[in-house]
Design a protein around this ligand. Structure first.
Ligand code: FAD
Length: 403
């Protein structure tokens, strides 16, 4: 590593510059650091923000195995809770799927993403990892050359320039990695599901010991435990809705209506801690590489939250990328880097396929027209298959927990 200053911008070097300290960037950083690779993480946010940004909560069995394999699972082993059941509520009634005893017999571990990020961050810093908080990457330059670099702005506004051998774009869908891809370098496949959710985090104990999926003519509602004190809820809402247009009373009344509380029991109410509107969109970039720039996590592909796959794929891709970079930088073997995109994309498209299936399962189409009636009949039939067909239940379980 060398550090110098010329033409106003501080100049630094690292073998691998990682953009973004979310699950993808932090798993990658920890794995590289453990093998003595010279790396740095550039993160736009400050530490407090990273530790409080609530997003995912359901970790797949394979994600837990990856984190355990690298000694990164201590926190989730201590505080995470196993979860293996979901409940569907529709106009036809309700039924439960104990997916933990179906398919491959795997379970989720419920562990809030911000806790996982905090664990990974703490470990990386304790091991001496370099991390620049408040540093926004602006562009990846010369990715298709032997000397790629990253321009960034530090917390105090000063420009900084990082030279690297490789750049890992783990900075999400709106990050600098994606923006820096020249036209034609990768292809983006995109789907807008034309559905939006009001995502809520409530200071209220979970109301059922299962993930709750309610399909209602007024729209979807979802219930997901996070901790014994906090529950995530989703309410399908109009595209373009403002989260603030919903009073707490309206939120709880609407949740109770769509979750059919009158029939199946009341919801535990409490203050709404966070609310955000999420437009359900999916995309995939192909390939996940442009020269020395590699993409992982949401920067590589965006999964709508309907099937809770995004954070899990981010961890899987980070492990694959770390192994490939270590092979290259330690042993001079670049075969893993050459295969990285293809290996990830096989997982990405399977996760996209299941997410898409979930989107169609959970949302009723509005309106009296033929297309809406046709969609709703298919949706009812799909739910009925899931309720009655053992093989369909096994298929669901395998894809629901797997990545
Ligand atoms: P991120 O977590 O987005 O991290 C990217 C990091 O890059 C951020 O810290 C950001 O500050 C930083 N950054 C961005 N731009 C720059 C820049 N220019 N310079 C420097 N830093 C930058 N997934 C699941 O698997 N299970 C779930 O249950 C689930 N629930 C979800 C619920 C909601 C409401 C949402 C929105 C998402 C959910 N997801 C879920 C998806 C999951 O949260 C993401 O897929 C996951 O965060 C992706 O990790 P990442 O590291 O790729 O990106």
């Amino acid at each position: 590593m060398t550090e110098s200053r010329s033409s106003g911008a501080a100049q630094h070097t690292a073998d691998v510059v990682i953009l973004g300290a979310g699950p993808a960037g932090l798993v990658l950083g920890n794995l590289l650091l453990a093998r003595g690779i010279d790396c740095v993480l550039l993160e736009r946010a400050d530490r407090a923000h990273l530790g409080s940004r609530a997003r995912a909560g359901f970790l797949a069995a394979n994600t837990v195995r990856i984190l355990e394999r690298h000694g990164l699972a201590e926190g989730l082993r201590r505080r995470g809770r196993e979860h293996a059941s979901c409940e569907f509520r529709t106009e036809e009634g309700r039924f439960r799927l104990d997916y933990g005893s179906l398919g491959l017999g795997e379970r989720h571990t419920v562990y809030p993403q911000q806790d996982l990020v905090t664990d990974l961050l703490t470990r990386y810093l304790a091991d001496g990892g370099r991390l620049r908080f408040g540093t926004e990457a602006l562009a990846v330059l010369d990715a298709d050359s032997a000397r790629p670099s990253v321009t960034a702005r530090e917390a105090d506004g000063r420009p900084v320039h990082w030279r690297a051998r490789y750049v890992a774009g783990c900075d999400g869908r709106h990050g600098a990695a994606r923006r820096s891809l020249p036209p034609g370098a990768v292809r983006r496949y995109h789907r807008d599901h034309q559905v939006s959710w009001l995502g809520l985090l409530a200071e209220a104990p979970p109301s059922l010991d299962a993930v709750g999926y309610a399909v209602h003519e007024r729209g979807f509602a979802g219930h997901m435990a996070r901790t014994p004190e906090v529950t995530r809820y989703y309410l399908q809402c109009e595209r373009g809705s403002s989260p603030d247009a919903w009073s707490e009373e309206r939120i709880w009344d609407e949740l109770a209506l769509r979750m059919r509380s009158a029939d199946y029991g009341p919801l535990n109410r409490g203050p709404v801690l966070q609310r955000t509107v999420v437009d359900l969109e999916s995309d995939v970039l192909e390939p996940l590489r442009h020269g020395a720039l590699f993409l992982a996590g949401d920067a590589a592909s965006l999964l709508c939250p309907a099937a809770a796959k995004g954070a899990n794929l981010a961890v899987l891709e980070a492990e694959l990328l770390a192994a490939a970079l270590i092979d290259d930088l330690v042993r001079g073997d670049s075969a893993g880097l050459a295969r990285y995109s293809q290996r990830c994309l096989a997982h990405v498209w399977r996760a996209q396929e299941f997410s898409q299936w979930m989107v169609r399962l959970l949302h009723a189409a509005c309106g009296p027209d033929d297309a809406a009636l046709f969609h709703n009949s298919l949706r009812r039939s799909r739910i009925e298959s899931l309720r009655t067909s053992r093989s369909q239940q096994h298929w669901f379980a395998e894809h629901y927990v797997g990545v």
